[in-house]
Design a protein around this ligand. Structure first.
Ligand code: PLP
Length: 393
């Protein structure tokens, strides 16, 4: 295998680049997690997370990847046979729904073509039809990482309210938190599912749920079996009092530093930076689209994600070949297509600890890989991205 030199450009939509500051913060000895020193760090971290989630309600942490927080939400809120409505957005929405089925829930899917955002009017109509209020939960993925489509959570909340439906509102923010605006309390979200390895710039392995008072009340009556995830064991008042097992102290060191970085930059500036780098990426893809080349998978410009762009290759051209060349020749790692999009899209992640030269370098590698793999495309995508960054951003 050829030896790679220089920086590995990690352009996946998560995990993301871990900043040196976070790595250095984690490069410390263990401390007693029952002591006052750790308690102060944990309190600071949960207070910081509340500002990122934009909530005054409860946030819980687990040693787990996002899948764990998905599961925690389900087992705490529902009883066998309960019906949930999965708002289809792409691979991750269906995957969450699959887990509901595994726990014996009845799953209904509000269908969607994946290239457009879920329609709040369709949600409202479906909920109005549910006169008996059989639907106990509505599940939405804010930013569908498999497609690069972002969903209007506030509008989906308004749809639930317009139907005067009491269902719990569960939102996965795994690839949007700390990259795009999200407001748990203002948008009336009952359970927020988040992970460490994307906008929070940490390694994979810590997951979080934001839990509303309504969701905590539902958890008191829910009948699905649970131990590790059991909010009744973990929460005291409105904060986490118990951690099952050994606390991952090093994650807290890293989280504390990541929160410092986000707050130094200012959340609004973090979102603006993500938007700038995402738009530069979209400008490049728009040029590649010439000559019947690749296109942005997300159709509606208003729903194009600021954390990931899925790029659809022309029919008959394997998106994985483009990825392989990027990695083997240029040391640039992209995300692949998931589920039915396997081989059809490659995904450029532009979230987390990232700046202009990093995204331009990655776009240059993609443009070279299109040429090397014989995928038809327009030339000058990188120049268009530079032009946008200089004159319009
Ligand atoms: N939900 C979304 C939107 C995701 O992007 C991912 C992972 O990329 C997951 C859930 C699963 O999270 P994890 O891989 O941390 O278990």
């Amino acid at each position: 295998m050829a030896v790679s030199r220089g920086i590995h450009f990690f352009q996946n939509p998560g995990p993301t680049n871990i900043p040196d500051r976070v790595l250095r913060a984690m490069d410390r000895g263990t401390i007693d997690f029952t002591g006052a020193q750790f308690k102060a760090i944990a309190e600071e971290c949960f207070a910081g997370l509340k500002r990122i989630f934009k909530t005054r309600q409860t946030i819980l942490g687990y040693a787990a990847s996002g899948h764990g927080a998905w599961e925690a939400a389900l087992v705490n809120l529902f009883s066998p046979g309960d019906k949930v409505l999965v708002v289809e957005t792409g691979y991750f929405s269906l995957n969450w729904g699959m887990r509901c089925e595994a726990f014996g829930l009845e799953v209904e899917t509000l269908g969607n073509d994946w290239r457009n955002a879920a329609d709040p009017a369709a949600l409202e109509t479906r909920l109005r039809d549910d006169r008996e209020h059989a639907i106990k939960g509505v599940l939405v993925v804010h930013n569908e990482t498999s497609t690069g489509v972002v969903h209007d959570v506030a509008a989906l909340r308004r749809a639930i309210d317009a139907a005067a439906h009491p269902a719990l509102f569960l939102v996965d923010v795994i690839s949007s938190l700390a990259s795009m605006d999200f407001r748990m309390d203002e948008w009336g979200v009952d359970v927020v599912v988040a992970g460490s390895q994307k906008g929070l710039m940490l390694p994979t392995g810590m997951a979080f749920t934001g839990v509303s008072a309504k969701a905590l009340a539902a958890a008191a009556d829910a009948k699905l079996p649970r131990v590790y995830w059991d909010w009744r064991r973990l929460v005291e008042g409105s904060s986490q009092a118990v951690w099952n097992g050994t606390i991952p102290v090093h994650f807290f060191y890293g989280l504390q530093e990541a929160l410092h970085m986000l707050e130094e930059e200012g959340l609004d500036n973090v979102f603006a930076r993500h938007h700038r780098l995402a738009e530069a990426t979209r400008r490049a893809v728009r040029v590649w689209r010439q000559n019947d080349g690749p296109e942005t998978f997300a159709v509606d410009p208003r729903a194009q994600s600021d954390s990931v762009t899925a790029v659809l290759t022309p029919e008959g051209y394997d998106a994985n070949k483009v990825r392989e060349v990027c990695l083997s020749k240029f040391n640039v790692s992209l995300g692949g297509g998931l589920g039915p999009l396997q081989g059809r899209v490659f995904r450029i992640g532009h979230l987390g600890d990232l700046n202009e030269p990093m995204i331009l370098g990655s776009l240059a590698a993609v443009e070279m890989a299109l040429e090397l793999t014989g995928v038809p495309h327009g030339k000058g995508g990188v120049a268009a991205a530079m032009d946008y960054l200089v004159h319009e951003a």
